[in-house]
Design a binder for this molecule. Structure first.
Ligand SMILES: [Zn+2]
Length: 584
């Protein structure tokens, strides 16, 4: 530690109010010359901040698929680093995640600069630390960051080298937040429950559109919030972040541009948030959450600065509104404990929209220089301003009433593990027990033809509920719905949940069915049954006289007998989803 002799140097820096980037103890950032921090450089950068400033700590939080630990950098003005005590002291915790897609590294450099700036009190920024603590994941996807090339994201305007999108197991970590196949996602979940952040930001770069803006913004789907938070989020937080980016930084933002049709951008679709995205995951724990998506065609230094500006405004806003935000979040957390109505899927409300200004480029036709392909392009020589529709309202498409508790058989180990990872409290049956529970029969589903994330995603799931007695075994897990992780539990265990364990194939083996009768064994057994039961025999004979096809078809006869004898008990378990719902 070099703290003792750094104090005079720091006082000098403070007096001069210059950036920590001028502090010789801190490595210089080189994003202005198109270099983004490598993983090693990022960690050594934060380590030097940790050594130079007592308000900063660099922690190792868990293992990743790259065989390197995930780091977390925490800035706390009063040097309290225990999140429980931080929450008790009434401060907000902001978590910033960077490099989930390491080819989109703005946030890696912007957060590094921001951390140094606030620790050095540049422009009086340190005052924000009175009301909030800032936690930064320097680089989330370490495996992707270690695989750098100038050729990744080749249409992107810098930096000189970029990381790979997927992690060491070729998983896209921004699809892995709830199913958690990667160690990375499990370490992230540990960080999330350790910090329980009030505000969350995940930084990205977008190549899906072209227009005049540098920073585009995804705000978590407001409808996912409880009403108090939603009102504040839509009515105050989002508008103020937009207006401050304009007024303080002269850097107008636009919502993430998903256009409704190819060519000139006529309208923007709101972001229907899936729970497997970072902001979706954050919504499960009632955080105010965002993704920045800077535009791929803008110069790298501008993208880093735009991200830095947004981080600054997010921290400032939180610091100025922390009391109200914490109150609303506290109320949401309280509602989570007892809420029983859940929306498993949303659809866009096409009858509602907001009008927003849009600075675009005209869409022209061209012929490409090498292959002479005819294509359209956004002509930067033809900028324009227009007012367009922004469709950012959603309505429930599938809803469910949650039970008092779920019961998950011990057998489904991967599911139990993930529930544990997400802070779910459960207890095990002490004896084999028959319970009357609500169950689901899977009536319909569609399997994806191609794997995504190593899964053949199930969609269009239809269920038929049935209340029945089910025998559970000693060791099966009862999961009461009275806890912080309620939303994770319901959305993951309801088979119609758009990102549920069922959707991600965790339960697929039950779909293959189970014991079936062998024709010979069944028929010899049937003779006994029919001899013993004259009523059954006469019903069987009657069915044959009424259905001439059946009379001549042995398989149809067996099918009739199967359905009309106690052997049909077997049928009860066919397509029966293994998770039970314990009702009041
Ligand atoms: Zn991304």
């Amino acid at each position: 530690m070099t703290r003792r002799y750094l104090i005079p140097l720091l006082s000098f820096l403070l007096a001069a109010n210059i950036s920590a980037q001028d502090n010789p103890a801190i490595p210089a950032l080189r994003y202005k010359s198109n270099h983004s921090l490598t993983w090693e450089e990022a960690i050594s950068y934060y380590r030097s901040l940790d050594e130079a400033y007592p308000e900063a700590q660099l922690l190792e939080m868990g293992m990743t698929d790259a065989g390197r630990p995930l780091h977390l950098f925490v800035i706390s003005g009063d040097r309290e680093f225990d999140p429980v005590k931080i929450h008790e002291s009434g401060k907000a915790i902001i978590l910033i995640n960077n490099g989930i897609h390491p080819g989109e590294p703005e946030g890696i450099d912007a957060s590094a600069r921001f951390a140094a700036d606030i620790l050095e009190n540049r422009g009086g920024m340190k005052k924000y630390l009175r009301n909030c603590v800032i936690a930064i994941i320097p680089v989330y996807n370490i495996g992707g960051a270690l695989t750098r090339s100038q050729y990744y994201r080749i249409n992107q305007n810098g930096p000189d080298e970029k990381g790979a999108r997927r992690n060491t197991r070729f998983l896209d970590l921004n699809r892995d937040f709830v199913k958690q196949d990667s160690r990375d996602a499990r370490a992230f979940a540990d960080i999330y429950s350790f910090l329980d952040p009030d505000v969350f930001l995940d930084t990205h770069t977008t190549d899906g559109s072209d227009h005049q803006y540098t920073v585009t913004l995804i705000a978590t789907q407001p409808e996912r919030m409880y009403p108090g938070m939603e009102k504040f989020f839509r009515g105050k937080m989002i508008p103020e972040l937009y207006s401050r980016m304009q007024s303080e930084h002269n850097n107008e933002m636009i919502p993430y541009v998903q256009y409704t049709e190819r060519g000139e951008i006529k309208a923007i679709d709101g972001f229907k948030e899936c729970l497997y995205f970072s902001t979706g995951y954050a919504s499960l724990f009632n955080s105010f959450s965002f993704m920045t998506e800077t535009l791929v065609y803008k110069p790298y230094p501008e993208r880093v600065e735009g991200t830095w500006q947004f981080i600054t405004e997010l921290v400032r806003f939180t610091s100025e509104n922390y009391k109200e935000m914490l109150k609303l979040r506290c109320e949401a957390n309280r509602l989570t404990l007892t809420d029983r109505e859940y929306v498993l899927d949303w659809e866009q409300d096409t009858t509602r929209w907001d009008l927003i200004p849009f600075r675009g480029y005209r869409y022209d036709e061209t012929t490409t220089p090498i292959t002479a392909r005819k294509t359209g392009f956004y002509n930067h020589d033809k900028p324009y301003v227009d007012t367009i529709r922004y469709y950012n309202y959603f309505r429930p498409a599938i809803t469910v009433s949650a039970p008092e508790a779920y019961i998950v058989p011990f057998a489904w180990e991967e599911v139990i593990e993930r529930l544990h990872n997400n802070g779910v409290v459960m207890h095990q049956l002490e004896n084999d027990t028959t319970l009357t529970v609500e169950t689901y029969y899977i009536e319909n589903y569609e399997h994806a033809d191609r794997a995504s994330q190593g899964h053949y995603f199930n969609t269009k799931v239809a269920v038929r509920p049935a209340v029945q007695e089910v025998k559970f075994l000693k060791g099966d897990y009862i999961i009461p719905l009275n806890q912080r992780s309620n939303q994770y539990i319901v959305y993951m265990l309801e088979p119609q949940g758009e990102a549920s364990f069922f959707a991600w194939n965790f339960f697929d083996s039950f779909l293959e069915g189970q014991d079936w009768y062998s024709v010979w064994g069944f028929e010899s057994h049937l003779k006994e049954l029919l001899d013993r039961d004259p009523a059954l025999r006469s019903a069987f004979e009657k069915a044959k006289t009424e259905d001439t096809r059946m009379a001549t078809d042995p398989v149809a006869q067996l099918q009739w007998l199967y359905q009309n004898t106690p052997v049909s008990e077997l049928e009860k378990r066919t397509m029966l989803y293994p998770v039970g719902r314990i009702m009041k």
